[in-house]
Design a protein around this ligand. Sequence first.
Ligand SMILES: Cc1cc2nc3c(=O)[nH]c(=O)nc-3n(C[C@H](O)[C@H](O)[C@H](O)COP(=O)(O)OP(=O)(O)OC[C@H]3O[C@@H](n4cnc5c(N)ncnc54)[C@H](O)[C@@H]3O)c2cc1C
Length: 569
Amino acid sequence: MRDVKSMVMPDAARMDESSADVVVIGGGVAGLSLALRLPTQLSVVLVTKEWLGESNTRYAQGGLAAAVGSHDSTASHLSDTLAAGAGHCDPLAARILVEGAPDAVTWLVALGATFDPAGPGALDTTEILGERLALGHEAAHSHHRVLHAQGDATGAELERALVEAVRARPNVRIIERCLATELIARDGMCIGVRLLDETDQPVALAARAVVLANGGSGRAWHRTTNPAGATADGLALAWHAGAVLTDLEFMQFHPTALVPPDPAAPAFLISEAVRGEGAYLRNNASERFMLRYEAAEMEPRDVVARAIAHEMLREESDCAWLDLRHLDADFVRQRFPTIAAACASYGIDITRDFIPVAPAAHYFMGGVAVDLAARTTVPGLWAVGEVACTGVHGANRLASNSLLEGLVFGRRAAESIAADLADPAARMSWPVEPRLGGVPLDTSDVHQVTAADPDVRQRIQGIMWERVGLFRDAEGMADASHELADLAARASLPQKESRGTCETASILLAGQLIAAAALARTESRGAHARTDFPLPSPQLAGYHFLASQTGSSVKTIDFAALDVRGDVR
Ligand SMILES: Cc1cc2nc3c(=O)[nH]c(=O)nc-3n(C[C@H](O)[C@H](O)[C@H](O)COP(=O)(O)OP(=O)(O)OC[C@H]3O[C@@H](n4cnc5c(N)ncnc54)[C@H](O)[C@@H]3O)c2cc1C
């Protein structure tokens, strides 16, 4: 293996197989759109640990939120985003998100992504590049504003269009089935990445800019909607490189994952859009229990998830039920073909039968702290998409805002990288403190681990599900922290690097950090629900816990003083 640490900073003239201007780790919506937005003069290597195309993005069903309808406005999209975020969003970042949405949609359509056309009787539609498109409705959105593709296969269509475009780019080299295991730093700057190839052989790549675009952390919990690759690798990579992580206590639990008859089968999501189109939630007694809430089935995700969990506890059942029987059967089959097919494989006809559902870990709002240009606190390292914490989602993500985040902040990161690489002095003004100030998290009990015995994975997932899950309290989380640290101490395999040991180490480290953050937040806010602190604390609104190896931290930020209408540049 070439020793990257001994290399000087590469420049364009010296690029070869083991170096590039930009290395992007991740081929979901964030990494792909970033790669496509970079100037074509830059050499780019895009690394994915699966075949290109396999990612959380691919499984997104409901769609892509954008205020492009005739009755809609970015102000309304912003207000819904901030309301869902439960007083914890960065308002400026959220404004950038919603204002970037119309351009992102137009860019995708121009690139070849196909969204569903508007049918007769559509409540709101939009015209993009001469095509009239349908706009769906999802919980906690005030308007019809969700573009979708092939009914409920939006992510697959986005991934298809983006992958096709990236494969056609001569400046982008794609490396599949390679696991990024370590970021390489010199003099406090990220200068490359270490990988394990398909056969677990180490490889190193040097780069002038490194981007984490490696997605979510759902696989740290026992029940999740996330595919196998969502093992929190990005959090671990950033932590070991000394970057600041933030908002780690905020994992969104989706209310309606299918409960398959075979408990060993992976969870499958039943999209929010199903309730958006009018489906009811019922308990075992067939009662529509969400009628006890103001917006019934259209309450935000955290409220619906907890309501379902309460109902399951009260009835001692393992699921609640989605009921679509009152909706037009042809419409249901056409609007939700993926869901209909998945349910049919278990003998469930979604137009006639109840669908068994329960909450599952779904989307990680926290992540690597970044500024509005997607820069982390380590010079030379950017982060985009689910792995990053821009602050747009606050304590609870508004449905269909995450594909959008990957597109909007992918573009901003590309612009920032291009500017940075064009001007060698730019690194001198790199902000090494997180944009969202806060207080350092006490991580002294966290047991560092870089390779762990894969046999402990289920145990970690069980601990996280039972004690750092939908309902949390101090006693359970303190136990979880001790148990995870103990597991880390016993399962650590310093010499043994393989895909399985590295991924297990990532979720073991992430689990400890998440438990520490959740223990520190002595309130309930958004997706973070504590039975011992059931209410939000006014003192903790906009208050971030920052985790880093060096314990670096930092100023506090006065959210009330931020002018959301001000100039965002
Ligand atoms: C079932 C489901 C439904 C969803 N529905 C919606 C929806 O309707 N609308 C919406 O906005 N959002 C939805 N989401 C959320 C959304 O899909 C994700 O937040 C988003 O796609 C994340 O994109 P990303 O590019 O950040 O990461 P991903 O799409 O997860 O891509 C991560 C990439 O990183 C790679 N990778 C990871 N670790 C490593 C490593 N160590 N080395 C090398 N490569 C690595 C992976 O191989 C992959 O290519 C849904 C999520 C799920 C799971």
